[in-house]
Design a protein around this ligand. Sequence first.
Ligand code: APR
Ligand code: PHB
Length: 418
Amino acid sequence: MDILDTQVAIIGSGPAGLLLGQLLYKAGIEHIIIERQSAEYVASRIRAGILEQITVDLLHKAGVADNLDKYGLPHDGVEILTNNQRHRIDLSQLTGGKQVVVYGQTEVTKDLMEARQQANLRSFYQAEDVQIHDYESSPYVTLVQNGHSYRINCQFIAGCDGFHGVCRASIPEDKMQTFEKVYPFGWLGVLADVPPVAPELIYVQSERGFALCSMRSNTRSRYYLQVPITDTVEQWSDEAFWEELKNRLDDDSKANLVTGPSIEKSIAPLRSFITEPMRFGKLFLAGDAAHIVPPTGAKGLNLATSDIGFLSDALIEYFQNGSNEGIDQYSARCLARVWKAERFSWWLTHLLHRFDTETEFDHRMKQAELNYVLESVAGQTTLAENYVGLPFKVDRSDLKSHVLASDKTESIHLTSSS
Ligand code: APR
Ligand code: PHB
Protein backbone atom coordinates (compact mmCIF):
# COMPACT_ATOMS: atom_id res chain seq x y z
CA MET A 1 0.00 0.00 0.00
CA ASP A 2 1.26 3.50 -0.87
CA ILE A 3 0.83 6.11 1.87
CA LEU A 4 0.37 9.76 0.93
CA ASP A 5 -0.08 12.90 3.04
CA THR A 6 -2.11 15.96 2.21
CA GLN A 7 -3.97 18.74 4.00
CA VAL A 8 -7.44 18.16 2.50
CA ALA A 9 -8.76 14.98 0.84
CA ILE A 10 -11.62 15.85 -1.51
CA ILE A 11 -13.98 12.99 -2.40
CA GLY A 12 -15.72 13.62 -5.73
CA SER A 13 -14.75 15.51 -8.84
CA GLY A 14 -18.05 17.18 -9.68
CA PRO A 15 -18.25 20.98 -9.72
CA ALA A 16 -18.15 21.14 -5.88
CA GLY A 17 -14.96 19.08 -5.49
CA LEU A 18 -13.21 20.67 -8.45
CA LEU A 19 -14.02 24.23 -7.38
CA LEU A 20 -12.86 23.54 -3.82
CA GLY A 21 -9.62 22.09 -5.20
CA GLN A 22 -8.97 25.14 -7.33
CA LEU A 23 -9.69 27.63 -4.50
CA LEU A 24 -7.44 25.70 -2.08
CA TYR A 25 -4.68 25.52 -4.69
CA LYS A 26 -4.89 29.32 -5.18
CA ALA A 27 -4.46 29.73 -1.41
CA GLY A 28 -1.46 27.38 -1.33
CA ILE A 29 -3.27 24.54 0.48
CA GLU A 30 -2.43 20.98 -0.54
CA HIS A 31 -5.21 18.63 -1.50
CA ILE A 32 -5.96 15.49 -3.50
CA ILE A 33 -9.19 14.70 -5.37
CA ILE A 34 -10.52 11.13 -5.38
CA GLU A 35 -13.19 10.27 -7.95
CA ARG A 36 -14.78 6.92 -8.74
CA GLN A 37 -15.57 7.64 -12.41
CA SER A 38 -13.17 8.35 -15.27
CA ALA A 39 -12.21 11.94 -16.14
CA GLU A 40 -13.95 11.56 -19.54
CA TYR A 41 -17.18 10.45 -17.91
CA VAL A 42 -17.13 13.38 -15.46
CA ALA A 43 -16.44 15.89 -18.25
CA SER A 44 -19.30 14.70 -20.43
CA ARG A 45 -22.23 14.65 -17.97
CA ILE A 46 -25.04 16.95 -19.10
CA ARG A 47 -26.52 19.02 -16.29
CA ALA A 48 -28.28 22.40 -15.83
CA GLY A 49 -26.87 25.70 -17.00
CA ILE A 50 -27.88 28.80 -15.07
CA LEU A 51 -25.24 30.53 -12.94
CA GLU A 52 -26.05 32.99 -10.17
CA GLN A 53 -23.70 35.92 -9.56
CA ILE A 54 -22.23 34.08 -6.54
CA THR A 55 -21.14 31.21 -8.79
CA VAL A 56 -19.75 33.59 -11.40
CA ASP A 57 -17.78 35.42 -8.67
CA LEU A 58 -16.35 32.19 -7.25
CA LEU A 59 -15.29 30.99 -10.72
CA HIS A 60 -13.47 34.30 -11.18
CA LYS A 61 -11.84 33.94 -7.76
CA ALA A 62 -10.72 30.45 -8.76
CA GLY A 63 -9.20 31.87 -11.98
CA VAL A 64 -11.32 29.71 -14.29
CA ALA A 65 -13.70 32.24 -15.83
CA ASP A 66 -12.10 32.99 -19.23
CA ASN A 67 -14.51 30.81 -21.22
CA LEU A 68 -17.42 31.84 -19.02
CA ASP A 69 -16.69 35.52 -19.76
CA LYS A 70 -16.34 34.74 -23.47
CA TYR A 71 -19.23 32.35 -24.08
CA GLY A 72 -21.63 32.83 -21.14
CA LEU A 73 -24.91 34.57 -22.01
CA PRO A 74 -25.99 37.11 -19.37
CA HIS A 75 -29.79 37.12 -19.00
CA ASP A 76 -31.78 40.02 -17.53
CA GLY A 77 -35.13 38.25 -17.46
CA VAL A 78 -37.10 35.00 -17.67
CA GLU A 79 -40.56 34.28 -19.00
CA ILE A 80 -43.43 32.35 -17.47
CA LEU A 81 -46.07 30.96 -19.80
CA THR A 82 -49.52 30.22 -18.48
CA ASN A 83 -52.94 30.25 -20.15
CA ASN A 84 -51.38 30.66 -23.59
CA GLN A 85 -49.76 33.94 -22.47
CA ARG A 86 -46.10 34.72 -21.80
CA HIS A 87 -45.20 37.03 -18.90
CA ARG A 88 -41.69 38.46 -18.62
CA ILE A 89 -40.09 38.75 -15.19
CA ASP A 90 -37.55 41.56 -15.46
CA LEU A 91 -34.92 40.10 -13.14
CA SER A 92 -32.55 43.05 -13.43
CA GLN A 93 -35.09 45.76 -12.86
CA LEU A 94 -36.64 43.95 -9.91
CA THR A 95 -33.34 43.19 -8.17
CA GLY A 96 -31.33 46.38 -8.63
CA GLY A 97 -29.39 45.24 -11.69
CA LYS A 98 -28.71 41.55 -10.96
CA GLN A 99 -28.50 38.98 -13.76
CA VAL A 100 -27.97 35.27 -14.24
CA VAL A 101 -25.57 33.77 -16.77
CA VAL A 102 -26.46 30.91 -19.10
CA TYR A 103 -23.39 28.63 -19.17
CA GLY A 104 -23.57 24.83 -18.98
CA GLN A 105 -22.43 22.96 -15.90
CA THR A 106 -20.64 20.64 -18.31
CA GLU A 107 -18.53 23.62 -19.43
CA VAL A 108 -17.89 24.72 -15.82
CA THR A 109 -16.63 21.18 -15.09
CA LYS A 110 -14.41 21.13 -18.18
CA ASP A 111 -12.91 24.56 -17.36
CA LEU A 112 -12.10 23.45 -13.81
CA MET A 113 -10.58 20.16 -15.03
CA GLU A 114 -8.48 22.00 -17.60
CA ALA A 115 -7.13 24.41 -14.94
CA ARG A 116 -6.38 21.45 -12.69
CA GLN A 117 -4.45 19.69 -15.39
CA GLN A 118 -2.45 22.82 -16.19
CA ALA A 119 -1.50 23.25 -12.53
CA ASN A 120 -0.55 19.57 -12.42
CA LEU A 121 -2.70 18.87 -9.37
CA ARG A 122 -3.10 15.32 -8.10
CA SER A 123 -6.35 13.45 -8.75
CA PHE A 124 -7.24 9.78 -8.54
CA TYR A 125 -9.83 8.93 -11.20
CA GLN A 126 -11.50 5.53 -11.42
CA ALA A 127 -10.84 5.04 -7.73
CA GLU A 128 -12.49 1.90 -6.38
CA ASP A 129 -13.54 0.96 -2.87
CA VAL A 130 -13.14 4.55 -1.59
CA GLN A 131 -13.55 4.63 2.19
CA ILE A 132 -13.21 7.39 4.76
CA HIS A 133 -11.84 6.69 8.26
CA ASP A 134 -11.49 8.35 11.67
CA TYR A 135 -13.02 11.65 10.61
CA GLU A 136 -13.55 12.65 14.25
CA SER A 137 -9.81 12.36 15.09
CA SER A 138 -7.05 11.65 12.52
CA PRO A 139 -8.81 11.30 9.19
CA TYR A 140 -7.60 9.23 6.28
CA VAL A 141 -9.01 7.88 3.04
CA THR A 142 -8.33 4.50 1.47
CA LEU A 143 -8.87 3.53 -2.15
CA VAL A 144 -7.81 1.12 -4.83
CA GLN A 145 -6.73 2.23 -8.30
CA ASN A 146 -5.61 -0.15 -11.04
CA GLY A 147 -5.40 -2.91 -8.46
CA HIS A 148 -3.08 -0.86 -6.23
CA SER A 149 -4.07 0.25 -2.69
CA TYR A 150 -3.52 3.76 -1.36
CA ARG A 151 -3.93 5.43 2.02
CA ILE A 152 -4.20 9.22 2.08
CA ASN A 153 -3.61 10.83 5.48
CA CYS A 154 -5.17 14.28 5.79
CA GLN A 155 -6.36 16.92 8.24
CA PHE A 156 -9.83 17.29 6.73
CA ILE A 157 -12.10 15.39 4.36
CA ALA A 158 -14.42 17.26 1.99
CA GLY A 159 -17.36 15.05 1.02
CA CYS A 160 -18.20 16.39 -2.44
CA ASP A 161 -19.30 13.00 -3.73
CA GLY A 162 -22.90 13.69 -4.69
CA PHE A 163 -26.16 12.15 -3.54
CA HIS A 164 -24.99 8.52 -3.92
CA GLY A 165 -21.52 9.07 -2.46
CA VAL A 166 -19.69 7.29 0.33
CA CYS A 167 -19.28 10.24 2.74
CA ARG A 168 -22.86 10.80 3.89
CA ALA A 169 -23.36 7.02 3.85
CA SER A 170 -20.46 6.63 6.34
CA ILE A 171 -22.14 8.75 9.03
CA PRO A 172 -24.13 6.82 11.65
CA GLU A 173 -27.85 7.53 11.25
CA ASP A 174 -28.24 8.78 14.81
CA LYS A 175 -25.70 11.54 14.15
CA MET A 176 -27.68 13.24 11.41
CA GLN A 177 -31.18 14.15 10.38
CA THR A 178 -32.45 14.05 6.81
CA PHE A 179 -35.51 15.68 5.28
CA GLU A 180 -36.92 14.51 1.98
CA LYS A 181 -39.69 14.97 -0.56
CA VAL A 182 -39.81 12.83 -3.69
CA TYR A 183 -41.98 14.17 -6.53
CA PRO A 184 -44.22 11.84 -8.55
CA PHE A 185 -42.82 12.86 -11.96
CA GLY A 186 -39.55 13.38 -13.79
CA TRP A 187 -38.06 15.78 -16.33
CA LEU A 188 -37.42 14.42 -19.79
CA GLY A 189 -34.58 16.56 -21.19
CA VAL A 190 -33.46 16.96 -24.79
CA LEU A 191 -30.34 18.75 -26.01
CA ALA A 192 -30.36 19.73 -29.69
CA ASP A 193 -28.31 21.88 -32.03
CA VAL A 194 -31.17 24.21 -32.93
CA PRO A 195 -31.54 27.91 -32.09
CA PRO A 196 -33.53 28.61 -28.90
CA VAL A 197 -37.23 29.35 -29.36
CA ALA A 198 -36.84 32.73 -27.59
CA PRO A 199 -33.92 34.87 -26.35
CA GLU A 200 -34.79 34.14 -22.67
CA LEU A 201 -35.83 30.98 -20.78
CA ILE A 202 -39.53 30.12 -20.76
CA TYR A 203 -40.98 28.23 -17.77
CA VAL A 204 -44.25 26.71 -18.95
CA GLN A 205 -47.27 25.92 -16.76
CA SER A 206 -49.88 24.10 -18.83
CA GLU A 207 -52.83 21.77 -18.41
CA ARG A 208 -50.67 19.02 -19.96
CA GLY A 209 -47.88 19.56 -17.43
CA PHE A 210 -44.72 21.64 -17.02
CA ALA A 211 -42.18 22.36 -19.75
CA LEU A 212 -39.01 24.43 -19.90
CA CYS A 213 -37.33 26.07 -22.88
CA SER A 214 -33.68 26.68 -22.05
CA MET A 215 -30.45 26.96 -24.00
CA ARG A 216 -26.71 26.51 -23.92
CA SER A 217 -25.85 29.03 -26.66
CA ASN A 218 -27.50 30.80 -29.58
CA THR A 219 -27.28 27.59 -31.58
CA ARG A 220 -27.86 24.92 -28.92
CA SER A 221 -31.14 24.47 -27.03
CA ARG A 222 -32.12 22.50 -23.95
CA TYR A 223 -35.80 21.58 -23.52
CA TYR A 224 -37.59 19.68 -20.78
CA LEU A 225 -41.02 18.09 -20.34
CA GLN A 226 -42.67 16.93 -17.14
CA VAL A 227 -43.33 13.19 -17.65
CA PRO A 228 -44.60 10.37 -15.41
CA ILE A 229 -41.69 8.97 -13.40
CA THR A 230 -42.49 5.54 -14.83
CA ASP A 231 -41.72 6.70 -18.42
CA THR A 232 -38.49 5.58 -20.10
CA VAL A 233 -36.35 7.43 -22.63
CA GLU A 234 -37.03 4.65 -25.16
CA GLN A 235 -40.73 5.54 -25.06
CA TRP A 236 -39.96 9.04 -26.29
CA SER A 237 -38.86 9.38 -29.93
CA ASP A 238 -37.58 12.83 -30.94
CA GLU A 239 -40.80 13.36 -32.90
CA ALA A 240 -42.95 12.53 -29.87
CA PHE A 241 -40.90 14.92 -27.73
CA TRP A 242 -41.23 17.89 -30.12
CA GLU A 243 -44.91 17.19 -30.63
CA GLU A 244 -45.63 17.20 -26.89
CA LEU A 245 -43.49 20.31 -26.36
CA LYS A 246 -45.52 22.13 -29.02
CA ASN A 247 -48.71 21.04 -27.27
CA ARG A 248 -47.57 22.85 -24.11
CA LEU A 249 -46.41 26.09 -25.82
CA ASP A 250 -48.26 29.27 -26.81
CA ASP A 251 -49.05 29.96 -30.47
CA ASP A 252 -46.08 32.31 -30.96
CA SER A 253 -43.50 29.93 -29.51
CA LYS A 254 -45.03 27.03 -31.41
CA ALA A 255 -44.55 28.95 -34.63
CA ASN A 256 -40.93 29.84 -33.72
CA LEU A 257 -39.84 26.42 -32.48
CA VAL A 258 -37.04 24.89 -34.54
CA THR A 259 -36.77 21.13 -34.07
CA GLY A 260 -33.92 18.76 -34.89
CA PRO A 261 -32.28 15.49 -33.85
CA SER A 262 -31.53 15.18 -30.13
CA ILE A 263 -27.88 14.92 -29.13
CA GLU A 264 -28.78 13.86 -25.59
CA LYS A 265 -32.00 12.63 -24.04
CA SER A 266 -32.52 11.60 -20.43
CA ILE A 267 -35.09 11.49 -17.64
CA ALA A 268 -34.19 12.99 -14.25
CA PRO A 269 -36.23 12.30 -11.11
CA LEU A 270 -37.16 15.27 -8.90
CA ARG A 271 -36.33 15.33 -5.22
CA SER A 272 -35.92 17.78 -2.33
CA PHE A 273 -33.43 16.49 0.26
CA ILE A 274 -31.49 18.09 3.11
CA THR A 275 -28.97 16.66 5.59
CA GLU A 276 -28.33 18.29 8.95
CA PRO A 277 -25.70 19.06 10.06
CA MET A 278 -23.22 19.41 7.19
CA ARG A 279 -20.09 18.96 9.32
CA PHE A 280 -19.08 15.92 11.37
CA GLY A 281 -15.77 16.54 13.15
CA LYS A 282 -13.22 16.89 10.37
CA LEU A 283 -15.60 15.78 7.63
CA PHE A 284 -17.60 18.34 5.67
CA LEU A 285 -20.45 17.54 3.28
CA ALA A 286 -20.91 19.93 0.34
CA GLY A 287 -23.14 20.11 -2.73
CA ASP A 288 -25.34 17.18 -3.72
CA ALA A 289 -23.76 15.03 -0.97
CA ALA A 290 -25.65 17.20 1.53
CA HIS A 291 -28.72 18.38 -0.34
CA ILE A 292 -30.73 17.96 -3.52
CA VAL A 293 -33.20 20.39 -5.07
CA PRO A 294 -35.64 19.76 -7.91
CA PRO A 295 -34.24 21.53 -11.01
CA THR A 296 -37.06 24.11 -11.23
CA GLY A 297 -35.21 27.37 -10.58
CA ALA A 298 -31.75 25.90 -11.31
CA LYS A 299 -30.43 26.03 -7.74
CA GLY A 300 -28.43 22.74 -7.63
CA LEU A 301 -25.10 23.94 -8.97
CA ASN A 302 -25.43 27.34 -7.30
CA LEU A 303 -26.02 25.78 -3.89
CA ALA A 304 -23.03 23.51 -4.40
CA THR A 305 -20.78 26.47 -5.25
CA SER A 306 -22.04 28.56 -2.33
CA ASP A 307 -21.24 25.67 0.07
CA ILE A 308 -17.75 25.68 -1.43
CA GLY A 309 -17.54 29.46 -0.91
CA PHE A 310 -18.12 28.89 2.83
CA LEU A 311 -15.91 25.80 3.01
CA SER A 312 -12.94 27.28 1.15
CA ASP A 313 -13.07 30.42 3.34
CA ALA A 314 -13.23 28.24 6.47
CA LEU A 315 -10.27 26.05 5.47
CA ILE A 316 -8.19 28.99 4.30
CA GLU A 317 -8.86 30.82 7.61
CA TYR A 318 -7.85 27.69 9.49
CA PHE A 319 -4.63 26.99 7.60
CA GLN A 320 -3.56 30.63 7.28
CA ASN A 321 -4.62 32.07 10.67
CA GLY A 322 -5.27 29.03 12.83
CA SER A 323 -8.89 30.18 13.24
CA ASN A 324 -11.65 27.61 13.83
CA GLU A 325 -14.47 30.07 13.37
CA GLY A 326 -15.35 29.31 9.75
CA ILE A 327 -15.14 25.58 10.43
CA ASP A 328 -17.46 25.85 13.43
CA GLN A 329 -19.90 28.05 11.51
CA TYR A 330 -19.76 26.06 8.26
CA SER A 331 -22.86 23.96 8.74
CA ALA A 332 -25.07 26.76 10.07
CA ARG A 333 -23.95 29.20 7.35
CA CYS A 334 -24.63 26.72 4.55
CA LEU A 335 -27.93 25.47 5.93
CA ALA A 336 -29.34 28.98 6.34
CA ARG A 337 -28.92 29.42 2.59
CA VAL A 338 -29.80 25.83 1.66
CA TRP A 339 -33.25 25.88 3.30
CA LYS A 340 -34.19 29.10 1.50
CA ALA A 341 -33.13 27.73 -1.88
CA GLU A 342 -34.91 24.45 -1.09
CA ARG A 343 -38.06 26.41 -0.27
CA PHE A 344 -37.88 28.34 -3.55
CA SER A 345 -37.29 25.22 -5.68
CA TRP A 346 -40.09 23.34 -3.91
CA TRP A 347 -42.48 26.30 -4.29
CA LEU A 348 -41.74 26.84 -7.98
CA THR A 349 -42.03 23.10 -8.64
CA HIS A 350 -45.36 22.99 -6.87
CA LEU A 351 -46.65 26.08 -8.67
CA LEU A 352 -45.70 25.08 -12.22
CA HIS A 353 -46.20 21.30 -12.32
CA ARG A 354 -49.37 19.26 -12.62
CA PHE A 355 -49.77 16.76 -9.77
CA ASP A 356 -52.03 13.73 -10.35
CA THR A 357 -53.22 13.98 -6.77
CA GLU A 358 -54.33 17.62 -6.95
CA THR A 359 -58.05 18.33 -6.72
CA GLU A 360 -59.75 20.94 -8.86
CA PHE A 361 -59.68 23.17 -5.77
CA ASP A 362 -55.88 22.76 -5.41
CA HIS A 363 -55.47 23.44 -9.09
CA ARG A 364 -57.52 26.65 -9.01
CA MET A 365 -55.63 27.83 -5.92
CA LYS A 366 -52.32 27.33 -7.70
CA GLN A 367 -53.60 29.19 -10.73
CA ALA A 368 -54.72 32.06 -8.50
CA GLU A 369 -51.32 32.14 -6.80
CA LEU A 370 -49.49 32.19 -10.12
CA ASN A 371 -51.76 34.97 -11.42
CA TYR A 372 -51.08 36.95 -8.24
CA VAL A 373 -47.31 36.53 -8.60
CA LEU A 374 -47.41 37.60 -12.24
CA GLU A 375 -49.65 40.61 -11.68
CA SER A 376 -48.03 42.02 -8.54
CA VAL A 377 -44.69 43.84 -8.34
CA ALA A 378 -44.21 42.36 -4.86
CA GLY A 379 -44.91 38.85 -6.21
CA GLN A 380 -42.57 39.28 -9.16
CA THR A 381 -39.87 40.73 -6.92
CA THR A 382 -40.03 37.69 -4.62
CA LEU A 383 -39.61 35.40 -7.59
CA ALA A 384 -36.83 37.50 -9.11
CA GLU A 385 -34.70 37.88 -5.97
CA ASN A 386 -34.82 34.14 -5.34
CA TYR A 387 -34.11 33.33 -8.98
CA VAL A 388 -30.99 35.51 -9.24
CA GLY A 389 -29.83 34.07 -5.90
CA LEU A 390 -30.18 35.19 -2.30
CA PRO A 391 -27.19 36.94 -0.73
CA PHE A 392 -24.20 34.78 0.22
CA LYS A 393 -24.02 36.39 3.64
CA VAL A 394 -27.14 38.05 4.98
CA ASP A 395 -26.45 41.34 6.67
CA ARG A 396 -29.52 41.94 8.78
CA SER A 397 -28.52 45.57 9.37
CA ASP A 398 -29.08 46.15 5.61
CA LEU A 399 -32.53 44.71 6.02
CA LYS A 400 -33.19 46.96 9.01
CA SER A 401 -32.14 50.11 7.19
CA HIS A 402 -34.33 49.08 4.25
CA VAL A 403 -37.31 48.58 6.55
CA LEU A 404 -36.61 51.89 8.28
CA ALA A 405 -36.40 53.65 4.92
CA SER A 406 -39.75 52.25 3.85
CA ASP A 407 -41.24 53.16 7.26
CA LYS A 408 -40.12 56.73 6.57
CA THR A 409 -41.75 56.73 3.14
CA GLU A 410 -44.92 55.42 4.70
CA SER A 411 -45.01 58.16 7.35
CA ILE A 412 -44.27 60.91 4.80
CA HIS A 413 -47.07 59.56 2.68
CA LEU A 414 -49.44 59.51 5.64
CA THR A 415 -48.52 63.06 6.65
CA SER A 416 -48.96 64.51 3.16
CA SER A 417 -52.33 62.84 2.63
CA SER A 418 -53.76 63.85 6.02
N1 APR B 1 -15.90 7.86 -4.36
C1 APR B 1 -15.41 8.84 -5.14
N2 APR B 1 -16.19 9.65 -5.89
C2 APR B 1 -17.50 9.46 -5.83
C3 APR B 1 -18.08 8.46 -5.02
C4 APR B 1 -17.21 7.63 -4.26
N3 APR B 1 -17.68 6.66 -3.47
N4 APR B 1 -19.43 8.52 -5.16
C5 APR B 1 -19.68 9.50 -6.03
N5 APR B 1 -18.53 10.08 -6.45
C6 APR B 1 -18.37 11.17 -7.41
C7 APR B 1 -19.35 11.10 -8.57
O1 APR B 1 -18.90 10.20 -9.58
C8 APR B 1 -19.36 12.53 -9.04
O2 APR B 1 -18.38 12.79 -10.04
O3 APR B 1 -18.66 12.41 -6.79
C9 APR B 1 -19.02 13.36 -7.81
C10 APR B 1 -20.16 14.20 -7.34
O4 APR B 1 -20.44 15.19 -8.30
P1 APR B 1 -21.90 15.79 -8.56
O5 APR B 1 -22.90 14.73 -8.51
O6 APR B 1 -21.80 16.61 -9.79
O7 APR B 1 -22.17 16.71 -7.27
P2 APR B 1 -21.62 18.16 -6.89
O8 APR B 1 -20.20 18.35 -7.25
O9 APR B 1 -22.09 18.37 -5.51
O10 APR B 1 -22.41 19.13 -7.88
C11 APR B 1 -23.71 19.52 -7.67
O11 APR B 1 -24.40 18.67 -9.75
O12 APR B 1 -26.06 17.05 -9.75
C12 APR B 1 -25.78 18.35 -9.99
O13 APR B 1 -27.81 19.49 -9.50
C13 APR B 1 -26.53 19.20 -9.07
O14 APR B 1 -25.87 21.00 -10.23
C14 APR B 1 -25.65 20.34 -9.04
C15 APR B 1 -24.29 19.83 -9.00
C1 PHB C 1 -31.06 24.00 -18.04
O1 PHB C 1 -30.74 24.81 -18.92
O2 PHB C 1 -30.67 22.83 -18.09
C2 PHB C 1 -31.94 24.45 -16.94
C3 PHB C 1 -32.29 25.78 -16.86
C4 PHB C 1 -33.12 26.22 -15.85
C5 PHB C 1 -33.60 25.31 -14.93
C6 PHB C 1 -33.25 23.97 -15.00
C7 PHB C 1 -32.42 23.54 -16.02
O3 PHB C 1 -34.45 25.73 -13.96
